[in-house]
Design a protein around this ligand. Structure first.
Ligand code: CA
Length: 243
């Protein structure tokens, strides 16, 4: 008998600690829903699976999930509308699955409040990696240790940025932007979301503010501001902090 071939069907209640993270999965395709349920449970998550949007919304209202994985094409409600409704009841990260490939759908989903986006067909490993990244933002960190941006270091806890050991002065707006991006390492953060969180809902279309202040951050922190490697623009969608 092969060592290490752990039985996948052990009673999970016996081995897994009580505080399992709950993932609400909304997908109307039964085979995919089943694959998601199996993979999430195999990783120790509690998977709550729903085949339609309305009942999923009801579920999320009763008991807020730790994250939501959501198909955009649902039978009873438009996926984008569902994201908006979910955002009224939970701040849990939302990862969108979609067979649609137009950039308009991505922008729509991110603007509605989704945190990330995976196009079908997708690799289960990639989806799970994105889920882990999305869940990190709700965990205890802000990163306790300074984060490296080339030769610069940013310590959110100490509110200190340095470059080659010398302090770099950031404006309050630059700090707010940087903090949101660093708290979502590797994740695309939608432009509207940044504008809303930093300036307020009335500024959702003021993308020039973002361009201006992101340019300032790159100039102060990136080794080569013209070719940034950490503070990245996703054209038409938002920004990403790449550790
Ligand atoms: Ca579907």
């Amino acid at each position: 008998m092969a060592a290490g071939a752990a039985a996948p069907d052990q009673d999970p209640g016996a081995a897994v600690p009580a505080a399992r993270q709950t993932i609400l999965v909304v997908e109307d395709e039964p085979a995919l829903l089943r694959a998601l349920r199996i993979n999430l449970r195999a990783r120790g998550y509690e998977a709550v699976t729903m085949q339609a949007g309305r009942p999923a919304l009801e579920k999320a209202t009763q008991r807020t999930p730790d994250a939501v994985i959501l198909d955009l094409g649902l039978p009873d409600i438009d996926g984008i509308d569902l994201i908006r409704e979910l955002r009224l009841v939970t701040s849990a990260p939302v990862i969108v699955l979609s067979g649609r490939t137009g950039p308009g759908d991505k922008i729509g989903a991110l603007d509605a409040g989704a945190d990330d986006y995976v196009t079908k067909p997708f690799s289960m490993e990639e989806l799970l990696a994105r889920l882990r990244a999305a869940l990190r933002r709700d965990g205890p960190p802000p990163p306790a240790r300074p984060v490296a941006i080339g030769r610069s270091a940013v310590d959110l806890a100490a509110h200190l940025a340095t470059r080659d050991g010398q302090q770099v002065r950031l404006t309050p707006t630059e700090w707010r932007l940087l903090e949101i991006l660093i708290r979502h390492p590797g994740q695309l953060v939608g432009g509207r979301r940044l504008l809303t969180e930093v300036w307020g809902p009335a500024y959702q279309d003021s993308t020039h503010y973002l361009r201006f202040h992101m340019a300032g951050l790159r100039r102060k922190l990136e080794d080569d501001p013209a070719r940034p490697r950490h503070l990245l623009t996703e054209p038409g969608m938002g920004y990403r902090f790449q550790p």
